[in-house]
Design a protein around this ligand. Structure first.
Ligand code: HEC
Length: 89
């Protein structure tokens, strides 16, 4: 019983930790996306806005050009590939 309570407490507190509770799918580029895209907002935005490759290109360009995300050209390609492969439709 006591064990169960501890377990529950753990799940509740990790759910409330917020931003960090979002786990992106494993894959090449996950690290880059986690670091570069969680700087300004929750990673929730990614699954919530799943789109095709052209859509992700547009979104990533917007994050860079409009929002000022400091993403280098090399990372940009990795990030777009990751997003299109794992959160494409
Ligand atoms: C420099 C800050 C910053 C960084 C870094 C950043 N974003 Fe954003 N992003 C924003 C802001 C500001 C908004 C819009 C305001 C809001 O809704 O919070 C936004 C909105 C979004 C949206 C919602 C749809 C839209 O177009 O508004 C998506 C999807 C998104 N970002 C994805 C990403 C991804 C993927 C990355 C990593 C490549 C990223 N963001 C990195 C600032 C940033």
């Amino acid at each position: 019983m006591r064990m169960l309570f501890l377990l529950l407490a753990f799940f509740v507190s990790s759910a409330m930790a917020g931003e960090e509770s979002v786990q992106l799918k494993d894959g090449n580029g996950k690290e880059a996306v986690t670091v570069q895209c969680a700087m300004c907002h929750s990673l929730d935005y990614i699954p919530m806005n799943a789109t095709n490759r052209a859509g992700w290109e547009k979104t990533v360009n917007k994050m860079i050009n409009v929002m000022g995300a400091p993403i280098e050209d090399g990372d940009k390609k990795i990030i777009i590939d990751y997003l299109a492969n794992h959160y494409g439709r």
